[in-house]
Design a protein around this ligand. Structure first.
Ligand code: SAM
Length: 217
């Protein structure tokens, strides 16, 4: 998602207390210094306008949520929503997730959500895909041993690619569906993202997997 560059979005982000600036200085300190509690941290990488993250945060006040988004113009929308909701358990980071391993310490995050990640269809860009083995290696550095990644997409090619990355990267598939909204078990409690609502309205099936580290059970 890339909205038109919105004048002033960088200034709003710089001034917003909901955005953690210099996030690498919080590495290992998120619970204590940012949230001021000892609750688990769940993150969404590529959160877009943050609807999923904030719906989840409202439903689960005992979980700390961090939303990561690359583009200021998109993050601005999430900040505007949070200015109304004032959820105490939500913070944002504006960054490219390529550097995510610099931001969270070993065992600092309990769950990672990847929702409708950019497909990067060219082979030479495969390592930029958020469920690629290069990203799985980064996630491995800060996810708790029995932590999960939940990935949803409507893009079959990206989903097939993501499935093929799981084993070689040392992870294992805990659950998979090729039609989330018609899968009673996996759809139970599903919170729709903005893209999910848009794509499923056109009749596209939604694919989802849940993965964890091999040997974590
Ligand atoms: N997750 C939202 C949803 O499902 O409605 C937004 C999906 S949108 C297709 C993908 C989002 O991920 C965009 O807002 C994009 O800017 C962001 N994104 C893509 N690659 C990223 C990266 N490397 N780091 C941070 N954000 C990224």
């Amino acid at each position: 998602m890339r909205l038109r560059n919105i004048a002033g979005s960088r200034e709003v982000i710089a001034d917003s207390s909901f955005v953690v600036k210099d996030p690498e200085t919080k590495k290992g300190l998120w619970k204590k210094e940012v949230f001021g509690n000892d609750n688990d941290i769940h993150i969404e990488i590529g959160m877009g306008k943050g609807r999923f993250l904030m719906d989840m945060a409202a439903l689960h006040p005992d979980i700390n949520y961090v939303g990561i988004e690359k583009y200021s113009s998109v993050l601005l929308r999430a900040i505007q929503k949070q200015q109304q909701l004032l959820l105490p358990n939500v913070y944002f980071i504006r960054m490219d997730a390529e550097d995510i391993a610099e931001v969270f310490a070993k065992d600092e995050v309990s769950r990672i959500y990847l929702n409708f990640s950019d497909p990067w269809p060219k082979d030479r860009h495969a390592k930029r895909r958020l469920p690629s083995r290069q990203f799985l290696e980064r996630y491995d550095s800060f996810l708790i041993p029995d932590g999960h990644i939940e990935f949803k997409t409507d893009n079959r090619d990206l989903f097939n690619f993501a499935l093929e990355e799981v084993e070689p990267a040392g992870w294992m598939l805990d659950a998979v569906t090729y039609d989330l909204h018609n899968d009673e078990r996996m759809n139970a409690g599903n919170i729709m993202t903005e893209y999910e609502e848009r794509f499923s309205a056109t009749g596209n099936p939604i694919y989802k997997y849940i993965i964890s580290r091999k040997g974590s059970k």
